[in-house]
Ligand binder design. Structure first.
Ligand SMILES: [Zn+2]
Length: 287
């Protein structure tokens, strides 16, 4: 690969996107868009890992290492340059795969009355909101075959977390919501763990690019609250999509990314939850 081709290729993989996919969160913002946080490359106790998203470069004041996204992948995965390229290429390939999965699960939703009944019971009743959120249903036992027919190697499906090590669909009897670079699955069954995600980042605010266009933003606890408000006509709404019950262990990463928003959310959530309870639009205390 020529120097120029490599530079162009690197531009398609912003360092910050890759770091966020690995669950890295800045501890604080610095000038010129740069941010600093704990170094993912060594046991770091005070933030020493500086990232410049505009230049797509990092430097760690603790371990003295720095470079571009490829250098980071080399150090993080402890591999040589060619393997680092392969890993980054695979990571970038996840987006089209998730798009395919979302379409497939979207088709399944209307073929499974139990899934539609579950959404109805949780307050999601309008076809518009189902379309807007691209809600789908994972019956289990059919995704792997579908994706294999499309030419995706089994290894890639395992790596993405869509298929288990034993070769079964990971999501089974779950209503699924596509997220940015992930997929949330809510179990219909009371015996399975209620919440499931693919490996990788699950931070950030849901549909934030749309909500941020409004002068006032309502932040709610979960995706079902979001859906209830959206179909009631409130489109200036967002939520953090990690359910409350899963959030305790990641409280620091939750506050790190959007501190002021998070604070606002605590206040707003209480107000909105009370309103939802009165309106019986959904049950905001269960994700
Ligand atoms: Zn370091």
């Amino acid at each position: 690969m020529s120097r120029q081709a490599l530079d162009e290729w690197k531009q398609q993989i912003p360092l910050m996107d890759y770091l966020q996919a690995l669950d890295w969160r800045p501890a604080r913002q610095l000038s010129r868009g740069r941010s600093i946080g704990l170094c993912p490359l060594h046991a770091d106790h005070k933030p020493s890992f500086l990232v410049d998203p505009r230049k797509s470069l990092f430097y760690c004041y603790g371990c003295g290492r720095g470079g571009d996204v490829i250098r980071f992948a080399e150090l993080y995965h402890e591999v040589q340059f060619p393997q680092a390229l392969v890993l980054l290429r695979q990571w970038r390939g996840l987006a089209p795969l998730l798009h395919e999965v979302t379409s497939f699960y979207g088709m399944q939703l209307h073929r499974h009355a139990e899934a539609v009944a579950y959404l109805y019971q949780r307050g999601i009743r309008s076809p518009e909101v189902i379309q807007h959120m691209r809600i789908g249903y994972a019956p289990g036992g059919c995704l792997r075959a579908w994706l294999t027919d499309l030419g995706y190697p089994l290894q890639a499906l395992r790596q993405a977390g869509l298929v288990t090590a034993a070769g079964y669909d990971t999501y089974r009897h779950r209503v699924v919501f596509p997220l940015e670079g992930n997929l949330y699955g809510r179990s219909l069954s009371a015996v399975a763990p209620p919440h499931r995600f693919l490996p990788g980042a699950k931070g950030g605010l849901y549909s934030w690019d749309q909500a941020r266009l409004y002068p006032e933003v309502i932040l709610v606890e979960g995706l079902f609250d979001y859906a209830a408000l959206w179909q009631a006509g409130f489109h200036n709404v967002t939520c953090r999509w990690v359910p409350i019950s899963m959030r305790a262990s990641s409280a620091n990463s939750a506050t790190a990314r959007e501190p002021s928003i998070w604070l606002l959310m605590q206040i707003r959530t209480a107000v909105v939850s009370r309103r939802l309870n009165r309106l019986s639009l959904g049950s905001p205390n269960t994700a």
